[in-house]
Write a protein that binds this ligand. Structure first.
Ligand code: FAD
Ligand code: NAI
Length: 475
């Protein structure tokens, strides 16, 4: 006899596990299937985000930033450090512990919310009267019966054609987060989010890092002024970023990896490195889902086709997160998971795609929400801009980190905030206030009139709002 559930979720990344919990809260009987396996053969729910993405990368970014501070910046505070050394095995071990705490946390949450968890691969077996049969292949193979299904199978790293990941010399995010020795020479292809975050980790720990980027513009999706400021900071740190390159043949030997490329001037170049990280984007992961068994529609790149509300072409089958269109971000996946569970319950689940924040956790951090100045110009929208540099912020001076600025864009006529762009310390936290403001359709005047604690970095946001009306008080 198959076990029956109101809802079966395939994938326990941020999209899937959050959807499962919300559906259980709403009174559905819920199962969640995930195949991620830890080094001991046990389940490791949490998906890319928890195992080889958001969480471990932030753990290593924090550890490597501490190392860099101790090595180069404690002196400014009158603290001298002698005999500083790096125990990489311990640093990686700490990262693994943080990951495990998150895996265990999700298993606990499943228990607390009465979500039945199945460790193994889930695949469509057949459409049947009133739902779908889902086969679970794992240590205990079985078939579940689902009235409704949520596909949340995530994404995987894009390979360079002809250069598969071996995770020894040519690394995806997985290998990049698990190196046992700091490479002397590290190459990265792709100066996107992973390229900058992983490049920063290994540069701080001592690698000479070169990033090869195909596009002629640095961080093309980011507000130009902010991207320019960030690039200046990365250049100063010694993170070498070559823009407008065309990558050619890549060859591996016992000495390392050689990358032939043409630079922006059209000259042939060669980069020799010990390890190469390829971070050129990610692709939706529908391998093993057996979508064809039920006729689930995928696009030409393998992503599940959904409407604005995450409905697929099949009745009762939904899809959320990296496996569908839209930004590949954990919080976007979570919001879609919640909204789908609520729609299943007849509620009006909603995701506001205009207020999804982005954060790049480098130093300085880069964070933004809403539209960039170049997008507003292209759309012909009349806007006002206000900027405020951290150089003029007391807390930033006290912290010893005055890089960057807050930039606010507001509608010229109504003053509604259209976008906020931050490069600087704790941008990841500062952006939250701006997301709230935009979600409530606040004007820059609203933010400018709200009392902000002193001294705090958030005063730079208030001052940027004042700058929209050309009346900063501290600059
Ligand atoms: P995933 O997290 O990919 O989870 C999918 C799960 O489904 C996996 O556990 C997989 O094993 C499982 N699965 C797949 N197929 C099956 C099947 N057939 N049966 C059973 N299980 C299956 N985003 C942020 O917002 N902030 C960050 O700081 C951030 N940092 C990142 C750093 C790196 C290095 C990377 C690679 C990504 C980062 N991301 C970050 C992106 C974030 O990880 C993804 O957007 C997020 O994980 C997507 O969630 P998801 O639930 O859609 O998919
Ligand atoms: P990305 O899309 O951010 O960046 C890829 C970069 O590679 C782009 O700049 C692109 O122009 C370049 N590129 C593509 N093909 C190339 C080629 N052949 N040669 C040279 N350059 C090439 O993708 P990335 O960094 O792999 O990350 C994937 C996704 O994971 C991100 O888009 C983001 O959604 C998510 N992520 C989010 C993080 C966060 O929120 N802090 C951190 C890391 C990843």
């Amino acid at each position: 006899m198959s076990k029956s559930f109101d809802v079966v979720v395939i994938g326990a990344g941020p999209g899937g596990y959050i959807a499962a919990i919300r559906a259980a809260q709403l009174g559905f009987s819920v199962a969640c299937i995930d195949e991620w396996t830890n080094s001991k053969g046990g389940p490791a729910p949490g998906g890319t985000c928890t195992n080889v993405g958001c969480i471990p990368s932030k753990a290593l970014l924090q550890s490597s930033e501490h190392y860099e501070q101790a090595a180069h910046h404690f002196g400014e505070h009158g603290i001298s450090v002698t005999g500083l050394s790096l125990d990489l095995a311990k640093m990686i071990g700490r990262k693994n512990t943080v990951v495990k705490q998150n895996n265990d946390g999700i298993l606990f949450l499943f228990k607390k919310n009465k979500v039945s968890f199945f460790h193994g691969r889930g695949a469509f077996a057949a459409a049947v009267a009133g739902g779908y049969q889902i086969a679970v292949a794992g240590s205990a193979p079985q078939t579940l019966l689902a009235k409704q299904v949520i596909v949340a199978t995530g994404s995987r790293a894009h390979e360079l054609p002809g250069t598969p990941f071996d995770e020894q010399q040519v690394l995806s995010n997985e290998g990049a987060l698990a190196l046992h020795v700091v490479p002397k020479r590290l190459g990265l292809i792709g100066a996107g989010v992973i390229g900058l975050e992983m490049g920063s980790v290994w540069r701080r720990l001592g690698a000479t890092v070169t990033v090869l980027e195909g596009l002629p513009t640095f961080l093309g999706a980011v507000d130009e002024q902010i991207a320019k400021e960030a690039k200046k900071a990365f250049d100063k740190q010694g993170l070498k970023i070559e823009l407008g390159v065309k990558v050619g043949a890549i060859s591996m030997s016992t000495d390392g990896v050689s990358i032939a490329y043409t630079n922006a001037k059209g000259e042939s170049q060669q980069l020799d490195v010990d390890k190469l990280i390829v971070s050129i984007g990610r692709v939706a992961n529908t391998v093993g889902l057996n979508a064809q068994a039920v006729g689930l529609k995928l696009d030409e790149r393998g992503a599940v086709v959904v409407d604005d509300e995450c409905r697929t072409n099949l009745p009762g089958v939904w899809a959320v997160g990296d496996v569908v269109r839209g930004p590949m971000l954990a919080h976007k996946a979570e919001e879609e998971g919640v909204a789908v569970a609520e729609r299943m319950a007849g509620q009006h689940g909603h995701v506001n795609f205009n207020t999804i924040p982005w954060v790049i956790y480098t130093s300085p951090e880069i964070a933004w929400v809403g539209q960039t100045e170049q997008q507003l110009k292209a759309a012909g929208r009349a806007y006002k801009a206000g900027t405020f540099p951290f150089l003029a912020n007391g807390r930033a001076r006290a912290l010893g980190d005055t890089t960057g600025m807050v930039k606010m864009l507001a509608d010229a006529a109504t003053d509604e905030i259209l976008g906020v762009h931050i490069v600087g310390p704790m941008a990841s936290e500062l952006i939250a206030e701006c997301v709230v403001a935009m979600a409530f359709r606040a004007s820059s005047e609203d933010l400018a009139r709200i009392c902000h604690a002193h001294p705090s970095l958030s005063e730079a946001t208030k001052e940027a709002a004042l700058a929209v009306d050309k009346r900063t008080l501290n600059f």
